[in-house]
Design a protein around this ligand. Structure first.
Ligand SMILES: CC[C@H](C(=O)O)C(=O)SCCNC(=O)CCNC(=O)[C@H](O)C(C)(C)COP(=O)(O)OP(=O)(O)OC[C@H]1O[C@@H](n2cnc3c(N)ncnc32)[C@H](O)[C@@H]1OP(=O)(O)O
Ligand SMILES: [Co+2]
Length: 133
């Protein structure tokens, strides 16, 4: 794990949350990007070497929609930047972590991503991100 790539925050209204985080961080988001496979619209703010990723559900069956049915808005996941996502998956499986998708899938911001089940990580949803070459 090289650094925290982003903190994912589940929000109900991306437009309103973009304005809120613009006030909080004193800067605009640098992009919005839909990830169809996850049923989310994302918005990214750069904060030093890490990012804030705001996530709004675009479909009722989105993980974000389900999360917001059960919990209030807030930190949804922590993402780590990794050099070699396949090697990290192998390492973490050997360490006994439950990987939700062993085959990396397309993420936002030009990443390949994998998720670990929160029950393996003290209740924190963890995402691994590798820059797509
Ligand atoms: C990839 C695009 C973008 C990017 O960065 O590029 C994203 O980050 S997209 C983010 C949205 N996508 C995902 O979250 C994919 C991975 N998530 C999942 O597969 C599910 O959400 C899962 C498995 C974490 C939970 O699924 P589900 O809610 O259907 O399962 P349960 O209801 O059985 O919950 C099991 C257990 O997990 C707890 N839970 C659920 N969500 C979270 C969370 N975000 N953080 C921590 N814990 C979570 C839930 O409360 C249950 O706990 P329990 O004690 O058993 O009640
Ligand atoms: Co994410």
């Amino acid at each position: 794990m090289r650094k925290i790539e982003h903190l994912g925050i589940a929000v109900k209204d991306l437009k309103a949350s973009n304005q809120l985080f613009k006030k909080l961080l004193g800067k605009e988001h640098y992009k919005e990007e839909e990830v169809g496979g996850e049923g989310v619209m994302t918005s990214f703010f750069q904060v030093g070497e890490t990012k804030i990723e705001l996530l709004e559900a675009t479909r009722p069956d989105s993980p974000i929609a389900k999360y917001l049915e059960q919990k209030s808005e807030g930190i949804h996941h922590i993402a780590f930047d990794v050099e070699d996502i396949h090697a990290e998956v192998e390492r973490l499986i050997a360490e006994g972590f439950e990987i939700l998708n062993e085959t990396p899938k397309a993420g936002a911001d030009n990443k390949l991503v994998v998720f670990l089940h929160p029950k393996s990580t003290n209740g924190v949803l963890v995402e691994l991100c590798q820059e797509r070459k």
